[in-house]
Design a protein around this ligand. Structure first.
Ligand SMILES: [Zn+2]
Ligand SMILES: [Zn+2]
Length: 343
């Protein structure tokens, strides 16, 4: 997976990388760096071998940053969350936030384009949203090293499943990619949130393109084959599965985080962008309101109050502190700013 410096085009890469330089001596007692710590996190991640869990090092992260826990406590005290225009930050000529620290840090930002890969229809006699069309969204991530694709759209198999959720609109992945300005061969890496046929059905079009998947998802798909069609998802000629176990960072600033539940090996993608860290949560939950609900339960748990249960990975997202969270089957998006504006 590691490409040579020549292949990467270091000049181009360097030009697209955001350099964050220091402006003075860090005074942690007086200044909270807020979101700037993400840059430090990124540095630490870059130096870590791919595939290792990053929890431990994140736990020991710089306490100069206002943690989510602190922000919860602040909200209780009525303290306004710190924003980009806070006076303990300075901006350079490109508008990037500059550290009041003494080290030079580099972060690689990607651009995310959600792409519509079709919809399915909830059964007319079902309990949940009978007859409702449910969208299926994949994500193009434009990184200096190339296009990373998160999910690949539908497979017309297994037939039984397609019949259950008909009418199904399956937009060819090639067409969806083209709408985002890319072609099949631009895609250098893939990850599927899980191996069901509405998220991984287009894998067959990407021969010899590494596909990152949790080992336990592969095991599960090979055992319980009801909702997927392995010849389109994993067993097509030229399939290049990259089986991982836990977190991984295929490219700097693109991190895979396990979010089991909907399927045993479900995983989400965490992407560094200019606007902050963005989570592409696939079908970790069906709707963004589900996330808001669980996130509130987690806040209650942190405050020591009675709360409902929530998936364990909610705590991991809390540590990662994203500015937004997208879901594959929902066009509504969770935004931290919105959640924090409620007092
Ligand atoms: Zn599924
Ligand atoms: Zn799905």
């Amino acid at each position: 997976m590691r490409r040579s410096a020549a292949e990467r085009g270091p000049e181009r890469l360097r030009s697209e990388v955001d350099q964050v330089r220091s402006a003075g001596k860090l005074q942690r007692s007086k200044c909270r760096l807020g979101r700037d710590q993400e840059r430090g996190d990124a540095d630490a991640r870059r130096d870590r071998p791919r595939g290792l869990s990053q929890r431990d090092s994140d736990r020991g992260r710089d306490t100069g940053r206002a943690s989510s826990d602190e922000r919860v406590a602040d909200r209780e005290r009525g303290v306004r969350p710190r924003r980009d225009d806070d006076d303990d930050r300075k901006r350079n000529e490109t508008g990037e936030v500059v550290h009041a620290g003494s080290v030079s840090r580099t972060v690689i930002h990607s651009r995310i384009q959600p792409i519509h890969t079709g919809h399915y229809t909830m059964p007319a006699d079902g309990d949940r949203f009978p007859g409702e069309r449910v969208v299926v969204t994949a994500f193009v991530i434009e990184h200096p090293r190339g296009v990373f694709l998160f999910d690949t759209g539908f497979s017309p198999e297994p037939r039984k499943m397609i019949d259950l959720y008909k009418p199904v609109y399956m937009r060819p992945i090639e067409e969806a990619l083209r709408a985002a300005g890319h072609g099949i061969t631009d895609v250098k890496l893939i990850a599927n949130c899980h191996f069901h046929a509405d998220h991984a059905g287009g894998n067959r079009h990407f021969t010899r393109t590494p596909i990152f998947v949790q080992k336990r998802e592969v095991t599960h798909a090979r055992k319980e084959n009801d909702y997927t069609h392995l010849p389109h998802v994993a067993d097509f000629p030229g399939a290049a599965l990259e089986e991982i176990d836990g977190e991984a960072e295929p490219w700097p600033g693109i991190r895979i985080v396990p979010t089991p539940g909907h399927s045993p090996g479900h995983q989400s993608l965490v992407v560094d962008t200019k606007k902050g860290r963005v989570v592409l949560a696939g079908q970790a939950l069906n709707f963004s309101s589900d996330y808001a609900r669980h996130q509130y339960s987690h806040e209650l748990a942190l405050a020591g109050d009675a709360h409902a249960s929530y998936p364990e990975w909610i705590g991991r997202f809390h540590e990662l502190d994203p500015v937004r969270v997208h879901f594959a089957h929902d066009r509504a998006i969770w935004e931290r700013e919105v959640a924090e504006s409620i007092r």
